[in-house]
Design a protein around this ligand. Structure first.
Ligand code: AMP
Length: 429
């Protein structure tokens, strides 16, 4: 029997999701996305071009194509209630309904939930319903703060005092905001990502990943959607102790229990972004879906059948563990020159000899059979290998072979960068 699975979303993460599903010959992948992704289009039986937040449109498309299951890639459709609508239409969906997705889509809700339930790892924070009320607090607070709009900002709404802005800059920024604002103590440490499949009750954890948000080598320049990421063959990270990892897992399990307790169980992928501090892991944020790029580290080493996991997520029947290959991964994103501030778009793009690397399309156009860059992250190359150096060499060679007005960070996944992370953590503890 063929299982028709709908992937909602059209970026690199969704290409990786589609590729993981397509490994099973009994799965027929379908996609809906705002703009045609040439990589997903090649894998899919059919794609629909429509807004991913057009709830009625997505449900109508799914119904008319006889979709059995769906999975949501990005956060915007979760916030638009697409999961609720698909499930009302009888299509079980791997992705939380609106009320549970608030763990990501409303930072004030997330912090208040953690606080109310006494969940470890919550930084000191304050919520201001009116941003004007935050001004005196920022002026008088003794240390550095993170200033965050409570709603979705595509990863670009956060300002960190002492990093991007000074105190006056933080005040000027908060005055430009509309709607609730969260202020948090500034956390110092090393960031890591822990993702889990969640079936409402049970969590099955994925390998740890480290993403690189800054645009340029050496972690310089503005924040981006993520320039690349790596994971290790033992699925841990050398600056995260077993104890840290156990704490991070417990924090995520408590968040899942808390949201279930509220009567809105979470079915989908829970993404924990942590800051490993001198005194253990703290939650920077939760996301209610795979990370992009982190999906491209974990899905290519998933040895279990992904479509079966999706079914278990929706049915509440996840097994206690799934199988992962003992491989390192390095993902490097090619981005347009000038990205993120002034990306040069509509330029010809030629992937070249990508060798053993996996290639996932992001923001890529196709005109008369030729690929072009658009304004966002272009394509990701992923190397896999028995150790980090092998995976990095595969990814780097593939990234260097891409022709066009694109660039990437050569340092992601190198031992030099890893040593820097380990030394930083060592200095903090
Ligand atoms: P977010 O949109 O919450 O992922 O935040 C974007 C980036 O801001 C994160 O990747 C962190 O590097 C940084 N960040 C967020 N919150 C904090 C915090 N409380 N302390 C230090 N850095 C933070």
């Amino acid at each position: 029997m063929v299982l028709k699975v709908l992937v909602v979303g059209g970026g690199g993460r969704e290409h990786a999701i589609a590729a993981a599903l397509a490994k099973n010959p009994d799965v027929q992948v379908h996609g809906v996305m705002a703009r045609r992704n040439p990589g997903i289009a090649r894998l899919a039986a059919e794609i629909g071009l429509l807004s991913e937040t057009d709830t009625a449109g997505v449900v109508g498309w799914a119904r008319s194509h006889g979709i059995d299951r769906a999975i949501i890639g990005p956060e915007a459709p979760l916030d638009a209630g697409v999961v609720d609508a698909l499930e009302v239409a009888g299509i079980p969906t791997a992705g939380p309904r609106y009320a549970a997705a608030r763990l990501e889509t409303d930072k004030a809700f997330c912090r208040d939930l953690m606080h109310t339930h006494g969940i470890q790892g919550c930084p000191l924070y304050r919520v201001f319903r009116d941003p004007a009320d935050a001004v005196p607090f920022i002026r008088e607070y003794g240390g550095d703060l993170a200033v965050k709009p409570a709603g979705l900002t595509g990863g670009k709404g956060v300002r960190i005092m002492g990093e991007q802005v000074d105190r006056e800059g933080a005040i000027a920024y908060v005055k430009t905001l509309r709607g609730p604002v969260v202020l948090e103590e500034r956390l110092i440490g090393e960031e890591f990502t822990l993702q889990a499949f969640v079936d409402g009750t049970r969590l099955v954890f994925m390998p740890l990943v480290q993403d690189h948000k800054r645009a340029f080598e050496g972690d310089a320049g503005p924040n981006t959607g993520g320039m690349g990421s790596y994971s290790m063959p033992d699925h841990a990270l050398p600056f995260v102790t077993e104890n840290d990892q156990a704490e991070a897992r417990a924090i995520m399990a408590e968040a899942v229990a808390a949201i279930r307790h509220q009567g809105t169980p979470f079915h989908g992928v829970l993404y924990g972004q942590f800051m490993n501090t001198a005194t253990g892991p703290r939650v920077i944020e939760f996301n209610a879906r795979f990370g992009d790029p982190e999906a491209m580290n974990v899905l290519p080493v998933l040895a279990s059948d992904f479509s079966e996991i999706l079914c278990c997520i929706t049915e509440g029947s996840l097994p206690s563990r799934v199988e992962w290959e003992p491989l390192a991964t390095v993902c490097k994103y090619l981005v347009p020159e000038g990205y993120p501030e002034a990306p040069v778009s509509n330029q010809p793009l030629e992937p070249g000899d990508t060798g053993d690397a996996l290639v996932y399309y992001g923001s890529v156009g196709e005109k008369d059979g030729r690929l072009t860059t658009l304004t966002s992250r272009t394509l990701a190359v992923v190397g896999r290998g028995p150790d980090l150096a092998t995976a990095e060499a595969i990814a780097e060679a593939a990234a260097a072979s891409v022709r066009g007005r694109v660039r990437h960070r050569r340092d992601i996944g190198t031992s030099a960068l890893l040593s820097k992370r380990v030394a930083h953590m060592g200095a903090l503890r």
